[in-house]
Design a protein around this ligand. Structure first.
Ligand code: BG6
Ligand code: MG
Length: 216
């Protein structure tokens, strides 16, 4: 029986994935590394530091900067990202999400956030939905980020609900691998491989179909 759902944040609850892309792209411009949306798919779900390393590797610049300079770049990107998301509100919640959160609450299904983002609590506050969640995994407490399963396992431990009674929802390939390897049932949003149940967009995420697929 389904007891809980662990949600990714960026790209699932709200379209902040787009702002991460825009901010990294601006940083790329500053250091002469251009990339497109296809490359950006690799940055989805992984940490700030790992994203920077992938961008530097793309430009063959991994060794070009000191750890201090890399930290400065991450701060610069995050400052720009925070500026870009300053005005997000309830209207930026993706289609289908609010009705889903409401249905889960009515059916007494617990909810967790399993996001790599250190900005997650602030974003949930801005969206006005933080009170739906019973727990938020702190990504800095996780040894191995997505695609490793640690963050979804931590969500299950924090809720004290076995992974077999949980679903994870993700929009990134790293995230789907993370859910699958945690042994939770995976729901993917977008174009992804190996999700147990895949929907094209959050608008198609509804409580009854999710339960039907989980019980299948
Ligand atoms: C993930 C995003 O949710 O969080 C990544 O998909 C992002 O793109 C990562 O890099 C870390 O986020 P933040 O907000 O801590 O830089
Ligand atoms: Mg995401």
């Amino acid at each position: 029986m389904l007891k809980a759902i662990a949600f990714d944040l960026d790209g699932v609850l709200t379209d902040t994935a787009e702002y991460h892309y825009l901010a990294w792209k601006e940083l790329g411009k500053k250091i002469g590394i251009d990339f497109d949306r296809e490359f950006n798919e690799k940055l989805k779900g992984i940490s700030r530091g790992e994203s920077l390393e992938l961008i530097l590797a793309l430009g063959d610049q991994q060794k070009a900067y000191t750890p201090e300079e890399k930290t400065e770049m991450m701060v610069w990107k995050n400052d720009l990202y925070i500026e870009l998301i300053q005005n997000i509100t309830k209207k930026d919640i993706l289609p289908g999400i609010l009705p889903l959160l409401e249905a889960l609450k009515e059916n007494n299904i617990k909810m967790a956030i399993a996001s790599a983002s250190k900005n997650a609590p602030m974003i949930l506050e801005k969206l006005g939905i933080i009170s739906y969640f019973d727990t938020i995994v702190d990504p800095s407490s996780i040894a191995n980020g997505k695609p490793f399963p640690d963050i979804f396992i931590a969500a299950s431990e924090q809720l004290n609900i076995p992974v077999s009674q949980m679903i994870g929802i993700e929009d990134s390939q790293a995230g789907i691998t993370s859910i699958n390897d945690s042994q939770m049932f995976s729901v993917g949003v977008g174009v992804l491989e190996q999700a147990d149940y895949l929907v094209p967009s959050t608008a198609e995420l509804n409580f009854d179909s999710i339960i039907a697929q989980f019980n299948n």
